[in-house]
Design a protein around this ligand. Sequence first.
Ligand code: ZN
Length: 235
Amino acid sequence: MTACPNPTKSRYATREAAETAARRVALRIEAPLRPYECACTWWHLTKNLPERPVDVSAATRHDIEFLNVLPDIDFREVVVRDADGQGDPGQRAALRHHRNQVRWKKQLGQLIADVEEQLKDRRGDKSLASHDWAKRATGYRDSLIVRLNECKRLRAADHAQAIVNQEHRRRDAEIAAAAGATVKELRAAAGEIAVQRLIAAHGPEFDDYLAEEYAVLGISLPARVERHRRERGAA
Ligand SMILES: [Zn+2]
């Protein structure tokens, strides 16, 4: 685990826990506090405006595919820019799509290893310039680690969802087989019954719509519908 750059700050396990704490202290202090994820894997609060989380659903099919076939060197550039909070929102979202997660994780791992290697090489250098460089390099590494943690979290969530989906499909198929039907047929049957129930619950409304549509087409209403509508004074 990476050492926390701000070990004296309060730490929270999740964004939600940090948000709750922020609301609690909001009454006592003037500047609102906002949660941000730290390289130490905990969440802290800051008065600064932290970056907005990337909206995973912003990725188009084109973004996902584009990133998927992008050469390593260009893909790495997208990863580096994203760690800095930069880049095209669609591409940043596509990075988080399960099709690109493995590659994203691998690139982050390599980039982190590169920085740590460089930090190790220059450890003996006590010059001021080197000290500044090490500070920047550590900040850069920490931003990569925050992304790596996000990537792992997304992968775990996607994996859990895939298992749930698989389990649903398996159970549905079993139930359908026991009923001597296919899942598709069961779904169609449920839809049909729901439509019948909807009509039963909203019969007069349905008759009115029907009358309107018949009128649009210029054809005469079935006698049954005509009678229903006359009985309640609608026609
Ligand atoms: Zn921390």
